[in-house]
Ligand binder design. Structure first.
Ligand code: KIV
Ligand code: ZN
Length: 388
């Protein structure tokens, strides 16, 4: 591990679970929470306790079971009853955080909340103070921050830090920001909020334009030191920033970012599979880091390069994220080198003449069949040997 530490705040069990078709029962949430602890996340947002008795129960059980090993967080709107309920669910944990949020953008102020700026500031400040009365770790989120006027955002952040917020989270609630715009937003807060050094700046980016990870990384470059994310990028609509992508970008490019996380990256793939199995949300084959194809090479030129020197076409070791190894897929794009290595590994010893014949048979088969399995190759070899 090198450089500065980035706090990984996992919200799979809250924002991820809010995603259509992803709801989990209490036992499933406990299983995921256990996997997140093993993975080494710093904060687990376990749910939104006021939302339902089931959410309350899950947060309470997770707090009791895992609250001595990592920080357990509960979400609350800026309302007394939400904050009290969140604390009720969390209070048995050793490490607790209350996360309060209130929208600040003009669209939300006018159409949803029907509140003016001063009412927003007052309600946010009162709520942060109430939460701080329960625990010393309080996070405040100005919902839809990325579409909030920068001056007003600075004012809300300054006053909520004065009220006791120890983390100020900047959500791009609707995934509208672009990386340079989001960078500038964080840099502006760092420069213009006088007490900003008293709190950790966090990001919470949605993926509506496919920019959640890029925006989160831009925020880290600008000085954010907590990233909110979810396993497999689950979350409302197109999802949140994918935890595995954030973590492996920081790890692989620590030369560039100068930061790292406490994540045990070998647990990334198993955790991804667990969440996918429990939620029924399949991971796309070409998903970065944890997709089936993330470390698969079919093109002959790539396979040849890989057999000479892995780093020609791989920037991470598959074992480092929990795969058993590189997958040199045999298909019509595979070259002689990969095919020769594969049949040797299968236990065949062929002279050059046989090899060339069987390689030609293999290419002909691969042209017709998408995936060629060991059984197909064995049949080709045995047919040629039988023909002689
Ligand atoms: O997307 C969002 O703004 C949220 C907040 C509750 C942080 O999920
Ligand atoms: Zn969100």
């Amino acid at each position: 591990m090198s450089g500065e530490q980035i706090t990984i705040f996992d919200t799979t069990l809250r924002d991820g679970e809010q995603s259509p078709g992803c709801s989990m029962n209490t036992n499933e949430k406990l299983e995921v929470a256990g996997a997140l602890v093993e993975l080494g996340v710093d904060v687990i947002e376990a749910g939104f306790p006021i939302a339902s008795p089931g959410d309350f129960e899950a947060v309470q059980l997770i707090a009791r079971e895992f609250g001595s090993r990592t920080t357990i967080c509960g979400l609350a709107r800026c309302r007394n009853e939400d904050i009290d309920r969140a604390w009720e669910a969390l209070k048995d944990a050793e490490q607790t955080r209350i996360h309060v949020f209130l929208a600040t953008s003009s669209i939300h102020r006018e159409h949803k909340l029907k509140m003016d700026k001063s009412e927003i500031v007052q309600q946010a400040v009162e709520s942060v103070k109430r939460a701080a009365g329960y625990c010393s770790d309080v996070e405040f989120s100005p919902e839809d921050a990325a579409r909030t006027e920068l001056d007003f955002l600075c004012e809300v952040i300054e006053k909520t830090i004065d009220a006791g917020a120890t983390t100020v989270n900047i959500p791009d609630t609707v995934g509208y920001a672009t990386p340079s715009q989001f960078y500038n937003c964080i840099a502006h807060l760092k420069k213009n909020v006088p007490n900003i050094h008293k709190a950790v700046i966090s990001t919470h980016c949605h993926n509506d334009l496919g920019l959640a990870v890029a925006n989160s990384m831009a925020a880290v470059e600008a000085g954010a030191r907590q990233v909110e994310c979810t396993i497999n990028g689950l979350g409302e609509r197109a999802g949140n920033a994918a935890l595995e992508e954030i973590v492996m970008t920081l790890r692989t490019r620590s030369d560039y970012y100068g930061c790292d996380t406490r994540i045990n990256t070998k647990r990334l793939f198993p955790t991804s599979r667990l969440v996918s199995t429990i939620t029924g949300m399949q991971v796309q084959r070409n998903k970065a880091i944890v997709g089936q194809n993330a470390f698969a090479h079919e093109a002959g030129i790539h396979q040849h390069g890989m057999l000479q020197e892995r780093t020609t076409y791989e920037i991470m070791r598959p074992q480092d994220v929990g795969f058993s190894g590189t997958n040199l897929v045999l298909g019509k794009h595979s070259g002689r080198h990969a095919f020769r290595d594969h049949i040797i590994a299968m236990g065949y010893k062929l002279d050059d003449e046989y090899f060339e014949q069987i390689f030609a048979d293999f290419i002909a088969l691969a042209d017709k069949k998408k995936d060629v399995y060991d059984a197909d190759i064995a049949a080709l070899v045995e047919k040629r040997i039988g023909d002689t």
